[in-house]
Write a new protein. Structure first.
Length: 167
């Protein structure tokens, strides 16, 4: 049970950090406002994203967006909870990966249910080329996906070693 408590603390911390940072941006910035943090590389920029990652499907109908961006992620969150529970004893990296992805999904779902869009504000760029703005929740999902890849590589290596030792 110890790992579940640790993952719960990480999840809670990330959701709170995500919501606090989004709240600060909404209360201190007007929509579209951009403040340089590192000139020529990084700004805080208040953006509203009604779509998925990188604004994908932002122009889709309200019904399509509700199904894809509200109800499918809610189902995915229940699935992630089951994966966190299943991996809690034997697989730290997998459990951490699922926890980070869950925290990020919940952070963005809070926005979608309460605002109808996700608040993004981390704006990296070089010259006129901007990476799409993102937030703490998106970062947690990305890091979680990275850990999932590491976990899958580790699993592949373990299976390869087992297969070699059996032959």
């Amino acid at each position: 049970m110890n790992r579940i408590w640790k993952m719960s603390l990480i999840i809670t911390f990330l959701i709170i950090l995500d919501q606090i940072t989004k709240g600060v941006i909404q209360s201190k910035f007007y929509l579209g406002e951009s403040i340089p943090v590192i000139d020529g590389f990084f700004n805080f920029t208040y953006v509203r994203n009604p779509g998925a990652a990188f604004g994908f499907m932002a122009q889709a109908s309200l019904l399509v967006r509700q199904i894809l961006f509200l109800w499918v992620p809610v189902g995915a969150c229940f699935w992630l909870i089951s994966l966190i529970w299943k991996t809690r004893h034997e697989n730290f990296i997998g459990c951490l990966a699922y926890s980070l992805i869950f925290a990020g999904a919940v952070g963005n779902l809070i926005d979608r249910f309460s605002l109808g869009y996700v608040v993004d504000f981390l704006d990296f760029y070089l010259g006129n080329s901007h990476f799409p703005a993102f937030n703490v929740a998106d970062s947690a999902i990305t890091v979680g996906a990275f850990f999932m890849i590491i976990d899958m590589i580790n699993d592949f290596k373990k299976k390869s070693i087992r297969q070699k030792s059996e032959t």
